[in-house]
Design a protein. Structure first.
Length: 381
């Protein structure tokens, strides 16, 4: 079935030569209209913006346009495939922005993976845009790039692999915990401490879920390791769990929740069986999760979620990023705050009144979702 999806996707992209196009809002059907949209009339618009730069939001596309910036270093779980290979993913994201939130977005795929060059490039193109959506930039560079750009630009900047992923994961976890009759005291294991893993952990801690063990490529993250990044040290300080030396097999025993943001196949059925009663399994590696849903359920998992649309409980950034930027642009909010993401997660969770093991969150095709997210964002202006 998956091979069939891949084949049809190739055919779709070849037929349309991509997924987005630019159209004019103004029909240039006469000399009069042309003289207003372009020379000589447009000169007055330029003079007004030069006099008052804030008018760019009123007179140009800046008011409703996002740059989707990637260097292709961490594409959809596929790894470092470069700028050209990132274009179809960024195009897809631009199409989602427009279709679900009415936000115009354009792919900016940079042929550099140097932190300083990326920051410089984004700052240079920023005047055209009302916001910057960083995408598929590998850790740990993504943390510095986002932080620097937030401090140095006057428009909102968000790395969606961090905060989009974290927000939808927390939202799903809130309802899953409710469904199994547990509380914020649940023991959580997060596998994969890259961009999404770090942001998810930060957001869980802000929310009050702090009994967390972290797993990276070398095993359990604990204080005696000498190879820890700044972010991993920070996460250890935020967790109340007693971290120790060992592997995922050791960490998962008697855990309540597994959150996989790592790679396919790392979670076995025996590991699921070693967890506490009614285990919650979020296998979010794409396109192949850490454990397939049928295998997880066979081993006793009570709630299972993945990042895929062909299984129940899809936890995907697309549920939140259109509404997040819609709210930011409409309210002209200068920058993101971590509290926004926690608030959005709670609002999304609360929206589902008929929670079940097959439905912990709404789908992105629910037309109310984008408005719920956008209106929650506006509360933080």
């Amino acid at each position: 079935m998956q091979n069939d999806i891949y084949k049809k996707s190739l055919e779709l992209h070849k037929e349309h030569h991509g997924k987005i196009e630019m159209i004019s809002k103004v029909k240039l059907d006469s000399k009069e209209v042309l003289s207003l949209a372009y020379s000589p009339g447009v000169a007055e618009v330029s003079r007004e913006i030069a006099r008052d730069p804030s008018l760019a939001r009123e007179y140009t596309l800046k008011r409703n346009t996002i740059a989707i910036v990637s260097d292709g270093s961490a594409i959809l779980g596929l790894g470092n495939l470069g700028a050209l290979a990132s274009i179809p993913v960024m195009e897809g994201k631009a199409a989602i922005f427009k279709e679900f939130a009415g936000v115009d977005a354009f792919p900016i795929c940079l042929d550099t993976q140097d932190t300083e060059e990326i920051i410089k490039a984004v700052k240079q193109i920023a005047p055209v845009f009302g916001g910057i959506n960083l995408e598929d930039i590998s850790a740990p560079r993504c943390f510095e790039i986002e932080e620097r750009l937030r401090n140095e630009l006057d428009i909102p900047v968000m790395h969606d692999d961090q905060w989009g992923a974290a927000t939808v994961t927390l939202a799903g976890l809130i309802n899953s915990i409710k469904l199994v009759g547990k509380t914020k005291d649940v023991r959580v294991v997060i596998s994969g401490i890259g961009a999404a893993g770090v942001a998810t952990a930060r957001l869980l801690i802000i929310y009050g879920i702090t009994n967390i063990l972290y797993i990276d490529s070398k095993g359990i993250v604990h204080k005696d390791r000498t190879d820890l990044t700044t972010e991993k040290k920070e996460l250890l300080r935020g967790s109340i769990a007693d971290a120790f030396e060992g592997s995922l097999t050791d960490a998962i025993k008697n855990a309540d929740v597994f959150i996989g943001l790592s790679k396919p196949g790392v979670l076995s059925q025996d590991m699921v069986r070693s967890m506490n009663e009614k285990p919650i399994i979020f296998g979010l590696a794409n396109p192949t999760p850490e454990i397939m849903p049928d295998e997880a359920k066979e081993a006793g998992a009570y709630v299972v979620a993945t990042g895929r649309s062909d299984f129940p409980n899809q936890l995907n950034n697309s549920l939140v990023f259109p509404g997040i930027f819609k709210g930011m642009l409409e309210s002209n909010i200068p920058q993101f705050k971590i509290e926004m993401f926690s608030g959005i997660a709670q609002a999304l969770a609360d929206y589902v009144t008929d929670i079940s093991t097959e439905k912990i969150l709404p789908t992105m095709f629910d037309k109310e979702v984008v408005n719920i997210v956008a209106e929650t964002v506006k509360k933080y202006k």
